[in-house]
Design a protein around this ligand. Structure first.
Ligand code: SF4
Length: 454
C-alpha cells in the first residue's frame, strides 16, 4: 500500500527551516515525495538506513519487469489498481507463441514468420503478439540450443526460454543474454543452484510454485540475492485455478502492499488446455484477470485478432476515450476538386469514415474536429459538435487552401447543425448533409464527387 505524506514526514529529520531540499518545510517535501514528484536524495540529512526504507516504501506495489531489448522489448507489471475502473491498467499482457524443439523445421519456420507477419491495423494502432517462448521438450540439449540460435538469428522478438533442465536453460541464456530473455522455471528445487548462475548474466526469471504460498519464500530468497526482475507462476492447472491465483496475487500486491507477491505474472494456457478453442478462452480470461504474459501453443488470425482487441479494450484508459488529432486528413491523395467531409475525433468514428471513403476509391479530405473523443451524435448532444464550433474549426484547419470548391459534407446524424454552420462560415460554404451511417458513403460519395467535378 503506498505510503502517505503524513507518514513520510515522521521519518524526516525536521530541521526547519533548512529548505535544502528546495521545499519550504519537511512536510511539503514529504507530500511531494509521496506523489513521486521528487526523490529521497534531495534531503541531505536522511540517514542511509532511512533512505533505503523510504525507497522501499515508495516503490510501486508491483515491480516493472522488462523482457527483451530494443524497440521490441516488452514491459509488464507496475500496475496500481485491482479494478480497471479505479484508474487504468497500464501494461498489457504479452502474448507469447510457444515453439517446442520437438516441432518440425517447417513448423518452427512457420511460427517465427507468423509472429512477425500476423499484424492488424486497428484504429491507428498495430495489434500483434509479442514474444516467442522456446520450449525444451525433446531431451536433446543440442537440438534446443540450435532452436534458440535460429530464433536469435531470425527474429528480434523477446524470448522466453523454458527448460526444466538448468544446464540447458543457462546454456540457452548464454546464447541470447544480450536480448534479455525470461528464464523459466525457477522452482524451490533449483533456486539455490540457480541464483549464482542468474547473477552471472542477469536477465528476468519466471518462478514457478506449486501454489501462491510457495512463491513467497522464492521471491524473498531472490530479493535477498539482489534479483528483482521476477515474474510469478503460481502453477495454476486450469482456468478456475488461474482466476483464483491471479486474483489473489493482484489483491495481495495492490491492496495489502505485500511485497513478496508484488511482481507481474506469467500464465501458460498452452499447458492448461489441449483444445485450441479452450486455450483461447483461457487467454481471454487471463487478459481480464491480471496475467502479465500469456503463452499460447499456437494461434491463427481468427483467434489472435479477437484476443488482441480484447486486450486493447481492457488496457485502454477508461477515463479517456480513444481520440485522433484534430486536423484534416488526406485519404487516397486528394486534389483541389476532391470532396471535403467533417466528422468527430473519436478514433472509431474517424477510422470508420476514412475506411469507408477508401473503399469508395474516391480521394477526399476528412476533417476531424476535436470532440474530446466522442462520437458525432454524442458530441453534438454535449455541445462539442455544434455548427459554430465546426465552422470555427473548418476556418482554421486550412482545408480551404487545398480545394477550389466550397462544398462541405456533414454527417447525416447532425443534419440540424446545417443552418448554424452555414452562418458560422459566412455562407461561403455550401453544406450538404451526408448519409447517417458510414456504410451509406459507398453510394453517396462517388455520386457527390461526380457532381462536384462536373
Ligand atoms: S532538506 Fe530535509 S530536513 Fe531540510 S527541509 Fe528538506 S526535508 Fe526537511
Amino acid at each position: 500500500m503506498p505510503i502517505s505524506g503524513s507518514q513520510i514526514v515522521k521519518m524526516l529529520p525536521g530541521r526547519r527551516p533548512c529548505k535544502e531540499c528546495g521545499f519550504p518545510t519537511c512536510f511539503a517535501f514529504a507530500m511531494k515525495l509521496a506523489s513521486g514528484g521528487v526523490t529521497v536524495d534531495k534531503c541531505p540529512y536522511l540517514s542511509e538506513e532511512t533512505k533505503i526504507k523510504l525507497i522501499d516504501l515508495l516503490a510501486p506495489p508491483m515491480k516493472l519487469v522488462t523482457i527483451g531489448s530494443g524497440e521490441n522489448k516488452l514491459e509488464i507489471g507496475n500496475e496500481e489498481v485491482v479494478y480497471r475502473h479505479e484508474k487504468t491498467f497500464v501494461h498489457p499482457p504479452g502474448i507469447a507463441l510457444l515453439i517446442s524443439d520437438k516441432e518440425s523445421e517447417a513448423k518452427v519456420a512457420e511460427k517465427i514468420k507468423k509472429l512477425k507477419e500476423l499484424q492488424f491495423p486497428w484504429v491507428g494502432l498495430t495489434l500483434k503478439a509479442d514474444l516467442l517462448a522456446l520450449y525444451f521438450e525433446s531431451g536433446d540439449k543440442d537440438k534446443f540450443l540450435a532452436l534458440v540460435k535460429k530464433v536469435y538469428r531470425e527474429s528480434s522478438a523477446p524470448m522466453i526460454l523454458i527448460s526444466e533442465d538448468m544446464d540447458t536453460l543457462f546454456s540457452a541464456r548464454d546464447i541470447c543474454a544480450d536480448r534479455n530473455p525470461l528464464l523459466y522455471p525457477i522452482t524451490k528445487k533449483n533456486i539455490e543452484a540457480g541464483i549464482p548462475k542468474i547473477k552471472e548474466k542477469p536477465t528476468p526469471v519466471g518462478i514457478r510454485g506449486g501454489s501462491v504460498e510457495e512463491l513467497v519464500p522464492l521471491t524473498t530468497k531472490l530479493k535477498e540475492a539482489g534479483i528483482e526482475d521476477v515474474v510469478l507462476d503460481p502453477g495454476s492447472k486450469n482456468s478456475m485455478e488461474a482466476i483464483r491465483d491471479q486474483t489473489f496475487i493482484r489483491r495481495a500486491a495492490i491492496k495489502q502492499g505485500f511485497r513478496p507477491l508484488g511482481y507481474p505474472t506469467i500464465a501458460l494456457p498452452c499447458f492448461m488446455a489441449k483444445d485450441g478453442l479452450k486455450e483461447i478462452m483461457a487467454a481471454s480470461i487471463l487478459i481480464n484477470k491480471f496475467a502479465g504474459i500469456i503463452v499460447l501453443s499456437d494461434f491463427h488470425q481468427y483467434s489472435l485478432l479477437p484476443t488482441l482487441v480484447q486486450r486493447l479494450n481492457i488496457y485502454t484508459d477508461p477515463r479517456f476515450p480513444m481520440a485522433v488529432e484534430e486536423k484534416y486528413y488526406e485519404v487516397l491523395e486528394p486534389d483541389e476538386y476532391s470532396p471535403v467531409l467533417v466528422t468527430s475525433n473519436w478514433a472509431l468514428t474517424y477510422f470508420l469514415v476514412s475506411s469507408a471513403v477508401e473503399a469508395t476509391k474516391v480521394p477526399a479530405y476528412v476533417c476531424v474536429k476535436d470532440s474530446e473523443g466522442l462520437g458525432v451524435l454524442t458530441a453534438w448532444a454535449a455541445g462539442k459538435f455544434s455548427g459554430d464550433s465546426v465552422g470555427a474549426f473548418i476556418k482554421k484547419c486550412g482545408v480551404a487552401d487545398r480545394v477550389k470548391h466550397r462544398k462541405l459534407i456533414i454527417p447525416g446524424k447532425v443534419a440540424r447543425i446545417k443552418g448554424e454552420l452555414e452562418d458560422a462560415l459566412n455562407l461561403e460554404w455550401e453544406i450538404t448533409v451526408g448519409p447517417k451511417e458510414t456504410t451509406g458513403l459507398g453510394k453517396f460519395l462517388p455520386a457527390f464527387t461526380e457532381k462536384l467535378k462536373g
